[in-house]
Design a binder for this molecule. Structure first.
Ligand SMILES: Cc1ncc(COP(=O)(O)O)c(C=O)c1O
Length: 388
């Protein structure tokens, strides 16, 4: 098997600090291979070649419900859960079912780029709210809600990545989560909690999820195996109020589609039920923490004092604020000439100019040596640009 083949968007031989993918060596390829091999001997293997349940693989739903009950004491049962083809599928499905063209929604500024693309495709009025080191600015959100209410444009939902946010790595503080749950009840909007990095944490505890704080009311929470197994499996899950899950499960696409990716869902179900997933996640946390530490040390060594960056407690990303007189466009040009690629801050804002001095660095994909040398190159370029 060619482990060198590069994933989507990665130029061979470059240092792709933009890539929010798991590194090749962190993918559980041999375990998946063994699980697939053992599937052939199961008497009902042919079932996997057919359409599946609309709600998704039952074994996986039962496993996830039990895990959520056990690890977070969440009152989640089968009716609150469905399997989806990755978290992004969930974002698309939610915006399709909960909004129509022209409807207003709230997002963080910055926010996950691909969700912004989905909202743009759906022709939504996307209202950004600024964030700081503790997450979204609640006072600003409240002011915006009042303004929107006064012109009869209340938001349908607030989309948020609460833990180790993409792109900043920031975790939303507990008090702010509670305040937002209160606002959602007062102003009648839903909360879409895209919690894809929850299991990649380098700390013991996380603030309770929106789903936990609200008792499951008016919250849709998304999870994925993309970050803790492999994105190519395209399996994630959604939890929410039973009537919303029922509505999604009986929607046109799922009625026809026979559930999300039944074949790979069966592999993931076996991975989880055999106890292997928990062990793999524990191992991954250490691996990603090593990478995060390496990236932070490299930044400390390479960057001028005028550059600022976040210190994420989990996830894949670090967010850099460039010196005032250095733009991300000029840094990008210089870096490209040296074969280093990063994600420009501009892609993560509704108004791209808000990200003109920001860079997202991913520590999930490149080997440690490349992480160090890529960051050293960026540090040198930033110093040169700053000193012009
Ligand atoms: C916030 C967020 N949501 C969703 C995804 C994609 O998840 P999936 O592969 O499950 O669609 C990512 C991956 O980059 C992400 O950062």
């Amino acid at each position: 098997m060619d482990l060198q083949s590069t994933p989507q968007g990665v130029v061979a031989g470059s240092i792709p600090l933009f890539a929010g993918h798991p590194a090749h060596e962190l993918l559980p390829i041999s375990t998946v291979r063994r699980l697939v091999d053992s599937m052939w001997s199961q008497p009902d293997v042919v079932r996997l070649f057919n359409y599946g349940d609309e709600q998704g693989n039952r074994q996986l739903i039962e496993y996830l419900a039990a895990r959520l009950q056990r690890s977070e004491n969440l009152p989640v049962c089968r009716e609150n859960l469905m399997i989806i083809g990755g978290s992004t599928w969930g974002v698309e499905m939610i915006s399709h079912h909960l909004t129509g063209p022209g409807d207003t929604i709230l997002v963080d500024a910055p926010s996950y780029r691909d969700a912004l693309h989905i909202f743009r495709d759906a022709k939504l009025d996307v209202q950004p709210i600024s964030i700081d080191a503790g997450g979204v600015n609640v006072a600003e959100m409240e002011r915006r809600l009042r303004d929107l209410a006064s012109v009869q444009r209340p938001p349908k939902f607030y989309y948020v990545v609460p833990n180790f946010q993409n792109p900043t790595g920031i975790t939303l503080k507990r008090e702010r989560r509670q305040a937002i749950v209160d606002l959602s009840k007062e102003y009648g909007f839903d909360i879409v909690e895209d919690d894809v990095y929850r299991d990649i944490r380098f700390v013991d505890d996380l603030p309770p999820s929106f789903y936990a704080l609200s008792g499951g009311e008016k919250v849709l929470r998304l999870g994925t195996f993309s970050k803790t197994l492999a994105p190519g499996l395209r399996i994630g899950w959604l939890i929410g109020p039973a009537e919303t899950v029922k509505r999604f499960v009986s929607s046109g696409m799922l009625r026809m589609g026979g559930g999300a990716n039944p074949f790979t869902a069966a592999i993931v179900a076996d991975f989880c039920s055999s106890g292997r997933w928990e062990g793999h996640v524990a191992w991954l946390r250490n691996q990603y923490k090593l990478r995060r530490d390496c990236a932070l040390a490299a930044l400390e060594a390479a960057m001028p004092s005028s550059t600022r960056w976040t210190r994420p407690e989990g996830g894949y990303f670090i967010w850099l604020r460039l010196p005032e007189n250095v733009t991300v466009d000029e840094l990008e040009r210089g870096a490209k000439a040296e074969n280093v690629y990063f994600a420009s801050g501009k892609g993560f804002f509704v108004d791209p100019e808000d990200g003109a001095h920001h860079v997202r660095l991913s520590f999930s994909y490149v080997p440690l040596e490349d992480l160090q040398s890529g960051i050293a190159i960026l540090g040198r370029l930033i110093k040169q640009l700053e000193g012009r």
